[in-house]
Design a binder for this molecule. Structure first.
Ligand code: TYD
Ligand code: MG
Length: 462
């Protein structure tokens, strides 16, 4: 009797497998996440891996560390400096990069722009899309002035066909627009299921490493902000980039959350215009552009993202709550951190906030998650409560502890320099970070060291 093909049920959240369907995943606790998938043939060891094996150049058994020569990988520029920056200086040959983000944020736009630039500089580029037809991509390309670059478009969802076209076109760069839309003939499950997504990413990885073709994958992000499909995808690829920003704002931020070839938390800032994404070389200027003058509840803080200091405005509004329960809303900063800062303000600075609604917002849709932003957030809240304005040319940064102390932070020099460059005349910062030797470098900017939040508020609100 012929053996029935074995099926397994796979949790679409965490990849856990079960021979039976389960309503709730025992591993990650997700409900109704199991989908039937055909089991992959068991393979063990390099021999069984067969076609899955890919040889890295010169890999002929184990070698002594000291015998291995250091290779300098030339980086390929995407022609967009902000994009090169998040990639750690450009695209590494043979690397697999995942670009995640919500629908409509600009993933296809950015990659099409990079594809056109790279087609001009390094050779043919294959842009394979499972979401749009060639005509749709072309009409977008016209807005981005792609021109006559050797850019090949392929509207295809079958993985095997895409690999065939790669073998035929022999591109210098491959872009696969949305890994969730492609499927392999080897599996019966629907595109986007964990098995399909994993297979697509693995096959493209072999292609990228084996033939030394850098490859970009687009990945969709679910409502809760994680990549749709398996987390496993993040382990397979070399670099994971996330597109952030709000659709109502024109600016977009691309952040590296994993990079085998560069620093993480590096970020690139773009502006969406009618002719595509434009790099923003001076983000501080953009984030402060619409700052109201002489308004209470507004403070400027300096956050370091990767290697780059960025000044952003934090706005706070405190108003008495009409209904019994007070609301605390945080946009761009962590809600827990806001609760903590409010408690510190109540206890250590004597502000009475019980029964008040508190809204905090980082202007421009930016997100800051550094403790160094504490002091700015706290000052904005206090400024709103006391209805006193923080002078327009004052920037603040410092971590706030539970005892109301202002703690030292990293890279204070970098922040001071950015503030001075942007025309700020005074920085309120942790006393611990004030180095008498630095005073000269800050130019016209006056450095005021504070030890407690009480001192900081006295200085800021005069
Ligand atoms: P898109 O790159 O299609 O997003 P994703 O691939 O992440 O889903 O971006 C689409 C949005 O960008 C859409 O709302 C229109 C806007 N857009 C511009 O504002 N200017 C442009 O030049 C282009 C091409 C798109
Ligand atoms: Mg798209």
């Amino acid at each position: 009797m012929a053996k029935r093909p074995s099926t397994v049920f796979v949790c679409q959240e965490c990849g856990s497998q079960s021979p039976k369907w389960l309503g709730r995943c025992g591993d990650c606790g997700a409900w109704n996440s199991f989908v039937e998938e055909r089991a992959q043939p068991e393979s063990s060891g390099a021999a069984a891996a067969g076609p899955h094996r890919y040889a890295l150049a010169g890999a002929a058994g184990a070698r002594l560390y000291a015998d291995i020569e250091l290779e300098q990988h030339p980086r390929l520029s995407t022609g967009i400096d902000e994009f090169d920056r998040v990639l750690g200086g450009g695209v590494v040959p043979g690397s697999l990069v995942l670009l995640g983000g919500e629908p409509g944020i600009g993933k296809s736009t950015l990659l099409l722009q990079a594809a056109a630039n790279m087609a001009r500089t390094i050779g043919p580029v294959l842009y394979s899309s499972g979401e749009e037809s060639e005509h749709q991509i072309k009409s977008r390309g016209e807005r981005l002035s792609v021109g006559t670059a050797p850019l090949y478009l392929l509207a295809e969802t079958c993985l095997e066909r895409i690999l065939e076209e790669i073998a035929r076109v022999k591109p210098a760069l491959v872009i696969v627009d949305s890994v969730q839309t492609i499927f392999s003939l080897k599996f019966q499950s629907a595109p986007g299921s964990i098995g399909q997504v994993r297979e697509a990413a693995t096959q493209l990885l072999f292609m990228a490493k084996g033939q030394n073709i850098p490859t970009f994958l687009v990945g969709h992000v679910t409502k809760d902000g994680s990549l749709a499909g398996p987390k496993a995808l993040e382990h397979v690829v070399d670099t994971v980039l996330y597109f952030e920003g709000e659709r109502h704002h024109s600016h977009r931020v691309v952040r590296a959350v994993k990079n085998r070839f560069g620093a993480i938390s590096e970020l690139g800032v773009f502006e969406m215009t009618s002719t595509g994404l434009r790099p923003v070389p001076n983000p501080s200027k953009m984030f402060l552009a619409e700052r109201p003058s002489n308004a209470p509840g507004s403070a400027v803080l300096c956050s370091v993202e990767g290697s780059r200091p960025i000044l952003v405005e934090v706005q706070a509004l405190v108003s008495s709550s009409t209904y019994g329960t007070a609301r605390r809303t945080a946009n761009g900063i962590d809600q827990q951190r806001l609760s903590l800062l409010l408690a510190v303000l109540e206890k250590r600075a004597g502000l009475n906030l019980i029964g008040d609604d508190v809204f905090v917002n980082i202007a421009g849709g930016m997100t800051v998650d550094e403790p160094a932003s504490d002091l700015g957030v706290l000052a904005a809240i206090a400024s709103s409560v006391r209805n006193r304005v923080i002078p327009q040319t004052t920037a603040m940064f410092g971590e706030v502890g539970l005892a109301g102390e202002v703690r030292g932070i990293t890279q204070a020099n970098l922040r001071v320099r950015e503030a001075a460059q942007m025309g700020f005349r005074r920085c309120i910062m942790p006393e611990a970070n004030i180095d008498p030797a630095d005073r000269g470098t800050a130019g016209d900017c006056d450095l005021v060291g504070v030890r407690t939040i009480g001192e900081a508020l006295d200085v800021a609100l005069g």
